[in-house]
Write a protein that binds this ligand. Sequence first.
Ligand SMILES: [Zn+2]
Length: 165
Amino acid sequence: MASVNKAIIVGGSKAIPKDALQRLLSKTEPAPGGCMLYTGCVQSNGYARATVNRKTDYAHRHVYRLAKGPIPKGMDVCHSCDMRRCISSDHLFLGTRLDNMRDAVRKGRQAKGNRLPNAKLSPSVVRAARLASALGASTREIALAADVERSTMRSALKGHTWRHA
Ligand SMILES: [Zn+2]
């Protein structure tokens, strides 16, 4: 009887989403706040990358799709916990890219060590802006989120200003 059951499992191995999700979650370590930090491939920008069903994407985006459903066009999967390599589906929510960037800019402004609270740009805001740019946001979108002139943002993104951010 055992061999029959096994045959059924093997025969049905055509990428069951639950299995892919389990596989991703098996590569995590727990962290305070209920975070599940991915221990596989993590990029220099802090986001984890994984391949599921031959598609490579950020691990948290895979988890969102597997656990909650499709990601509508123009939407980003955001972290309520701000831990980029966390893939707990409880910590993931959908936001527009602009929401996501405004959130990053706001947090950048509040970051410790920002000695010029009235300056519109700061190292942490510039870092958030560069990350948004790497993720595909346009200069216009980012400038809007950071509330600066487009030319100011373009210079910062290109590294003409804020080279050491
Ligand atoms: Zn988390």
